[in-house]
Design a binder for this molecule. Structure first.
Ligand code: HEC
Length: 138
């Protein structure tokens, strides 16, 4: 009985554990900082989505593949004329596939009410942001 509660080996082991944990933790912290600073664009814009949807990014990610980068048309029709539609008409077409004339759009055009624009249900603000972006493409 020497009064020692921990042997030298135990103390050394504990100190090693502490140092390793600190190094690993710092590394993870720095890696996280780098990701947030540069790579995490999707996360950042998703986090900002509720207040300020980015119409250009939403259009590029969801519409440009079929309607063209400048809404000039492609697989789908050009959309420049839809910039003049009432916002409710535009939303009805994008969300439900119904044209202002009451025509059911072909099924190639997604029903974004179901699919959403960024993994979450589409919001009015997102649709409005997309139409506002299309209005810049005249
Ligand atoms: C997979 C291809 C595809 C994608 C993606 C797509 N569309 Fe379409 N879209 C179409 C096709 C094809 C039509 C024509 C359907 C028809 O006339 O029956 C169409 C029609 C439309 C119309 C009606 C145009 C008119 O004059 O009647 C609007 C508005 C529209 N799309 C907006 C959008 C928006 C906004 C997005 C992105 C959020 C989008 N589309 C994504 C293929 C697509």
């Amino acid at each position: 009985m020497s009064g020692e509660f921990y042997s030298g080996k135990q103390v050394a082991g504990f100190v090693t554990f502490l140092v390793l944990g600190t190094v690993l933790g710092l590394g993870a912290y720095q890696a996280g900082g780098r990701l947030a600073g540069t790579g995490g664009g999707a996360e950042v814009s998703a986090a900002a989505a509720p207040s300020t949807p980015n119409g250009q990014a939403l259009y590029a990610g969801n519409c440009a593949g079929c309607h063209g980068a400048k809404a000039e048309g492609g697989l789908g029709p050009g959309l420049v004329h839809t910039a003049a539609w009432a916002s409710a008409e535009f939303a009805h077409a994008v969300l439900d596939g119904q044209s202002p004339q009451g025509r059911e759009l072909g099924t190639v055009m997604p029903r974004f009410r179901q699919t959403g624009l960024d993994g979450a249900p589409a919001t009015d603000a997102q649709i409005a942001a997309i139409q506002a972006y299309v209005q810049t493409l005249k």
